[in-house]
Design a protein around this ligand. Structure first.
Ligand code: MTE
Ligand code: HPA
Ligand code: MOS
Length: 776
């Protein structure tokens, strides 16, 4: 059913005149990035005498440690000390959600790459050399590498979770069609350009300052305090920016910071620990691989009546963020569709892989891949185009999600229909059909991918942030928030907010480093909510300062406070420019002893969730969109290119269009990489085989689609989004799922006997096998 609504597509050219700032703004970091001046952990000026550390990690995935001989390593010239669990003064425990993860292995190892000791030496070179001199003897224990094996063995992280809506059992009996199947989606390596690392320096009285490449400064501070057995106020964590995080530094930046701090605590000297790429790939967790099964039931008119699925999440050897990620898989299990009868269940399966962790989408993409697979399967069996089923079930206003939230301001049909119109779907489909008729050795495939993604930390208490804003006496401004800049442009957005409220040029505003002494008890920069949470806090602080300054101005100008506005560094009365400038006003406020600092706290209103019932209203709002992906495959080689990805995306009212477009493009390519080429491989012994960039392929400039077109749908926006500009970091990753199904459709065009399989990534090898399977 078409929603009777006109699609207002933003005309960027026209808008540019009216809202100059929004368009002219570039990611502020780009200036220092292109000059090579941006500072990362490895660029911190280190103190004279700083030690360098390297982690000694397990060479086995599971076993009992029989003996370790450090003697040769310890006596190597330049080695200062080797730290193990025996040197931990507090708790040898770093688990965030469940305390099930030691900082250093004690008697057993649980994954290949598990930290056992920290070697501290005069140089990294010496520390590495020392590492090669350590002898370890491990008695093998059985190794579990897949979620299915773990399930069979009863090896789980926690109790399963399940969401349900309606009566799935009964509903299946009423369906005209019922299909069942299995799916697999592989993990994904974050491949942030800046590897994990931290630099710890001793301050006086046993206090320690840590410069960390983390998305979660408070998690680092809290865990160091726990491991060292000291109060949190003794630990200061500072973050300038990250060379990418993508979720990989929400939790897993912590151990390295803790190790550096531990060494500093004992040695009273600065310690730097930066993982090299090999160590990082081996020791850190990735996106969770999922093995899932589904059952989908439809009516004759292609309505999805019932949907049931069991997700097996390969959590790795410790909980890390797995329970939260599993939960989000359930939240997004029905993607953009309304299904009246749903039962979803997720099992976090404990295996002997490095603990898997947050990765852009946070379990959502894994859930969405399964329902898209189920729909593709149903379409194939019934003999209708997949998009007919997708289209027949798109979410509508006031539909209920399986978790009880009522869908409001839904843009699922709007973005879908806009995509169809704007990109002229009839002619696109005709082109594909004609091409396939006229070509035998190349085939094209097209797929639609709608997305619906909930914005907020699913754990309600995490949805808060603070901002500390100082106006200095020369009128310049310094802002501290909990936001960590990791390439997503959040600092620029904070700056825009302040510039807008104060009406001063952005040159007058500085975004400070993220530091736990200025903004405490923070949630990590994650869940795509960083700009919303920290932006709202910044907005509140700036507005409070403006109110205070208005009083000063009204006294000075003998005007009513209500008539005063600030514009372009001048004070206006009733819209008329006065002689009073921003800088003068600040001086006057100083003389009047008015506070020029404000600290604001924001907590997302309205959201709640009851885990005992698995019902509530966990999300501030949802982000919607639709992508149409077209691919051409070479049927001799199995290789492929993406001709185009055409997207209609719900930005709300984007406050920084260049930045947001960059997020959509980057996320899309990352999603395509996950679905088509990035293949993580462990052997049966739990050793990472894809342990270098020669064996792990990420998208490069040659693998991006030839055309990526992103059109914003202008929506009302949402009050819960910062300046109605919706969160954009994660949702577009899931457009990449369309790439899998576009490839599958192209294979089908070549090989009618192709047996639909849902086993991502769809690598060229898999395409080639699909092209020729069941053929004589
Ligand atoms: N973009 C860049 N360039 N680098 C990153 O590390 N992380 C992504 C996304 N976009 C990331 C990124 C992830 S996983 C999240 S949750 C959001 O940014 C976090 O930032 P936001 O909350 O400001 O959107
Ligand atoms: N998203 C991302 N990170 C998180 C979440 C979430 O919902 N919950 C806890 N960490
Ligand atoms: Mo993003 S996976 O929430 O850091």
């Amino acid at each position: 059913m078409l929603k009777n609504k006109t699609n207002k597509v933003l005309d960027t050219k026209l808008d540019a005149v009216s809202i100059a700032l929004k368009h002219s703004i570039k990611n502020l970091d780009s200036y220092t990035h292109v000059r090579g001046e941006s500072l990362y952990v490895d660029d911190v000026n280190i103190r004279q005498g700083t030690f360098h550390a390297v982690v000694f990690d397990s060479p086995k995935a599971h076993g009992k440690i029989k003996s370790i001989d450090y003697s040769k390593a310890e006596t190597l010239e330049g080695v200062e000390r080797i730290f193990t669990y025996k040197d931990v003064p507090g708790e040898n425990e770093i688990g965030g959600i469940i305390p099930d993860e030691p900082l250093f292995a004690e008697d057993e190892v649980h994954f290949w790459g598990m930290p056992i000791a920290l070697i501290v030496a005069e140089s990294e070179f010496i520390a590495r050399k020392a590492r090669s001199l350590i002898d370890i003897e491990i008695e093998d224990l059985p190794v579990i590498t897949t979620a299915k094996e773990a399930k069979a063995m009863g090896s789980f992280i926690n109790a399963p979770r399940s969401f349900s809506l309606g009566d799935t059992e009964t509903a299946f009996a009423d369906c005209d069609y019922v299909f069942e199947g299995e799916t697999f989606s592989n993990g994904q390596e974050h491949l942030y350009i800046e590897t994990q690392g931290a630099y710890a320096e001793p301050l006086e009285n046993g206090n320690i300052k840590i410069t960390s490449s983390t998305q979660g400064p408070t998690a680092v501070q809290k865990t160091i305090a726990k491991v060292l057995g000291v109060a949190m106020h003794k630990i200061e964590v500072d973050v300038t920016r990250l060379g990418g995080g993508f979720g990989g530094k929400e939790d897993q930046a912590t151990p390295w910071a803790v190790m550096a701090a531990l060494a500093t605590h004992h040695l009273n000297q600065s310690v730097k620990l930066i993982l090299n790429r090999h160590d990082d790939l081996r020791m850190t967790g990735k996106r969770h691989p999922y093995e899932s099964n589904y059952k989908i039931g439809l009516s004759k008119d292609l309505k999805i009546i019932a949907y049931q699925t069991e997700f097996l999440q390969n959590s790795g050897a410790a909980a890390d963020l797995s329970p939260a990620i599993a939960e989000r898989t359930l939240f997004h299990a029905t993607n953009s569709y309304y299904v009246p009868n749903v039962t979803t269940k997720v099992l976090s399966c404990k295996t002997n892989l490095p603990p898997n962790t947050a990765f852009r989408g946070f379990g959502g993409p894994q859930g969405m891949f399964v329902i898209e697979s189920a729909i593709a399967k149903a379409a194939n069996e019934i003999g209708v185009p997949t998009r007919k089923i997708q289209e027949a079930n798109l979410l509508d206003e006031n539909d209920t999600f399986s978790y009880g939230q009522i869908a409001k301001k839904v843009e699922a049909k709007n973005t879908w229909n806009s995509a169809k119109q704007l990109f002229n779907i009839e002619s696109l489909e005709q082109e594909v059909e004609d091409f396939n008729k006229n070509n035998t050795s190349f085939k094209k495939g097209l797929a639609f991918m709608p997305i619906t993604f909930g914005i907020s930390f699913t754990n309600t208490p995490m949805n808060h942030a603070r901002a500390l804003v100082h106006i200095y006496l020369d009128g310049s401004v310094g802002i501290s928030t909990a936001a960590v800049e990791m390439g997503q442009g959040v600092n620029t957005k904070m700056m825009q907010i302040a510039a807008d409220v104060f009406s001063i040029p952005i040159e007058k505003i500085k975004i400070e480093t993220t530091n736990t002494t200025r903004v405490a008890n923070t949630s990590p920069s994650a869940a795509s909510s960083t700009a919303d949470l920290n932006g709202k806090a910044t907005l509140m602080a700036c507005k409070a300062l403006v109110e205070r300054l208005k009083t000063v101005a009204s006294e000075d100008l003998n005007a009513s406070e209500n008539d005063i506005t600030f514009k372009d560094e001048f004070i206006f009365i009733n819209g008329k420019k006065s002689a009073l400038t921003w800088t003068e006003l600040i001086s006057k406020a100083m003389l009047k002893r008015v506070a020029l600092t404000e600290n604001a706290h924001y907590a997302t209103p309205e959201i709640h969730f009851d885990k005992t019932k698995e019902k509530g209203h966990p999300f501030a709002y949802h982000v919607y969109g639709t992508a149409i992906t077209t691919t051409t495959i070479d049927c001799t080689r199995g290789t492929y290119e993406f001709d185009s990805v055409k997207i209609v995306h719900d930005y709300g009212k984007s406050m920084s269009e260049g930045i947001d477009l960059g997020q959509v493009e980057g996320a899309l390519i990352q999603g395509i990489g996950w679905m088509t080429m990035e293949e993580i491989a462990y052997n049966k012994d739990g050793r990472l085989l894809s342990n270098a960039l020669s064996t792990y392929k990420v998208p490069d400039i040659f693998s991006v689609p030839k055309i990526v077109e992103v059109i914003p749908v202008e929506t009302e926006g949402n009050e819960m989004a910062i300046l109605k500009s919706k969160a954009v970091g994660e949702p577009p990753l899931m457009y990449g799922i369309g790439a899998y199904f576009a490839l599958q459709n192209a294979i089908k065009a070549f090989n009618p006997n192709y047996n639909l399989e849902f086993h991502a990534p769809m690598t060229p090898e898999k395409v080639l096998m699909g092209l020729y399977e069941n053929t004589k």
